[in-house]
Design a protein. Structure first.
Lengths: 313, 259
């Protein structure tokens, strides 16, 4: 229990650091937010007024303090681009992106684990070469290449899935999945590569251990030995890597959601960056970093449940 | 004999030749190909499939894609190499200081690195590039900074391991000062790890550059870059299937296999 408390404390500290870094990065921007809102032709008095109202005349330190106080009260400011409060906007986009993240992680794991185990069982034979070629091709190509190819095949040629757009999961979960499927598949194919290699490496190590030999010696079927005895010991590290990959995934959704016009967090971030919407950039960057950190924390805490040999300390 | 056997390793051979091909193209192409070959617009042959005149076909403005891919190699590779070098310089100094001196410095630096690791590399690079204004130099800066925490983390671990070795202790008791120990004893012993990580990062940097340019926040239009070309061709997919998609893959595969 004390471990959990310690982790939570250090998480708070990291959150503060994340907010500082976000604020610093977005404030090296040359340019004036007030001019961006009102245009370059507006009169100086109105500009000065607006600056005063936005608190742009305060020192950076005070501005940062106000921003953090806002976050604590659930107020993330107002988007310059969408002209609406950021909080509700973000909340709506997070659910649609959560769907993509969950789907692509499932795609990646469902492909990577069998492929990795298969390669480990047939080590150094054609199955192994096949699986490593598949994973090299997977990492070699940028995610958006897969995206474009999937649009060509499944949307344009076969017409099975929509090539762009999105439906909120609350409206129609089936349609929502249909819209999220192609981007998730593209992301999953990119993620799969690392996970396959990880699964293969861990499984190879485990299959050469004594308890596997004992399991075989007492006459258990090969299927049981590999999938039950082997995989349950190998799953821990694989899940940890999968957790680390979510960070990468949160970066990739920016590209993928923009490609598919899927209006989630990634798309929102991209719009904010393109239009230099500072409050929105701050909010999206901060929440993505916080989400990555939380997921990693969650995985660390869940690890002992997956692998009972590990104790938290 | 064993050396030769190792050298003739099939995968290694493919990898090496691909890397030589890509890097060679990047260096030689701009010297040999007149610059206007890549910008000449042949309006009658817009979006043409590969022909004898245009081996890779042409793009939406009738520019020859074979030349553009070759010239784009320089942009993509030079951005990737400079970005990784930048992150190596910062990451190496952070990692060495952290791992060697330990204590408070280590705590502070690694906290910072851990926090930076919460930002997805692509997000960090995109944000920095958008904030500074996208161009050639800022793309390098953005990717370089985004990659730094990974290198710093790795090098710190290695430095920590090596600095506990008996030979470091021996050097210290022989009166060597800190700088001498770091440069003369620790650095040479962590070089292999650095080289491996350098090649891996290079491949990721090429992909990151492609991603940044694809979103319009990397290299800007008149220049030829692989990501930018894919982005530009995206709208014409229905009309022309032959694109310059293959190159990043070859690049990446080469870098991986060479390792």
């Amino acid at each position: 229990m004390s471990y959990v408390i310690k982790r939570l404390l250090s998480m708070t500290f990291t959150l503060i650091l994340i907010s500082i870094i976000t604020f610093v990065i977005t404030n090296i921007l040359p340019g004036d937010v007030a001019i961006m809102i009102m245009g370059t032709q507006s009169n100086p008095e109105a500009l000065a007024n607006l600056r005063e109202n936005l608190g742009l005349n305060d020192t950076l330190f005070v501005q940062y303090g106000n921003w953090v106080l806002g976050i604590l009260q659930g107020d993330l400011g107002t988007s310059l681009l969408f002209k609406m409060p950021i909080g509700p906007l973000l909340l709506q986009k997070i659910t649609s992106s959560a769907l993509i993240v969950a789907l692509s992680m499932s795609v990646a794991l469902l492909l990577a684990i069998p492929l990795g185990v298969w390669a480990a069982v047939h080590k150094n034979r054609w199955q192994d070469n096949f699986s490593s070629s598949v994973s090299i091709i997977g990492v070699s190509l940028p995610d958006f290449f897969w995206g474009i190819m999937l649009i060509l095949i499944f949307a344009r040629a076969l017409g099975w899935f929509p090539s762009s757009g999105f439906v909120h999961p609350n409206e129609d979960i089936f349609l929502a999945i249909k819209h999220a499927f192609l981007p998730s598949l593209a992301l999953g194919l990119g993620l799969m590569a690392h996970l396959t290699r990880m699964t293969r490496a861990t499984m190879t190590g485990i299959l050469s251990q004594e308890f596997i030999r004992v399991a075989r010696a007492k006459g258990l079927k090969e299927k049981v030995v590999v999938w039950q005895y082997g995989l349950s010991s190998a799953i821990g590290p694989v899940i940890t890597v999968a957790g680390l990959q979510t960070g990468y995934l949160f970066g990739s959704i920016i590209v993928m959601e923009s490609l598919f016009n899927y209006t989630g967090m990634g798309w929102l971030t991209y719009q904010a960056l393109l239009n230099r919407d500072i409050p929105l950039i701050q909010a999206t960057v901060f929440s993505i970093a916080a989400a990555v950190m939380l997921i990693n924390l969650l995985i660390d805490l869940l690890y002992p449940i997956l692998d009972p040999r590990v104790r938290l300390s | 004999m064993t050396f030769i056997k190792k050298f003739i390793n099939f995968k290694g051979l493919i990898g090496t030749s691909l890397v030589v091909l890509a890097v060679g193209t990047a260096i030689i192409a701009p010297l040999v190909i007149p610059l206007d070959y890549a910008t000449n617009m042949d309006m009658r042959a817009r979006l043409s499939p590969p022909t004898l005149d245009h081996i890779f076909g042409t793009d939406q403005l009738g520019r020859d894609l074979f030349y553009r891919v070759m010239l784009g190699a320089r942009t993509s590779i030079s951005i990737a190499v400079s970005a990784v070098l930048l992150s190596l310089i910062i990451g190496l100094s952070m990692g060495l200081i952290s791992g060697f001196f330990r204590g408070t410095v280590d705590n502070i630096l690694m906290r910072l690195v851990d926090t930076l690791l919460s930002f997805p590399a692509l997000l960090l690079a995109l944000t920095i590039s958008a904030v500074l204004g996208p161009n050639f130099i800022n793309t390098i800066l953005a990717i370089g900074i985004a990659f730094t925490p990974y290198l710093a983390r790795l090098i710190r671990g290695e430095a920590l391991r090596v600095s506990q070795m008996p030979y470091v202790e021996a050097a210290r008791s022989a009166g060597a000062n800190n700088i001498r120990i770091i440069v003369g004893h620790i650095l040479p012993n962590i070089t292999p790890v650095i080289i491996v990580q350098f090649t891996i990062s290079l491949a990721f940097a090429i992909l990151a550059e492609a991603g940044l340019s694809f979103l319009g926040l990397g290299t800007q239009p008149p220049e030829a870059s692989w990501g930018l070309m894919i982005q530009a061709s995206r709208d014409y997919l229905d009309r022309c299937r032959q694109k310059d998609f293959r190159s990043p893959q070859w690049q990446r595969r080469g870098a991986l296999a060479a390792k």
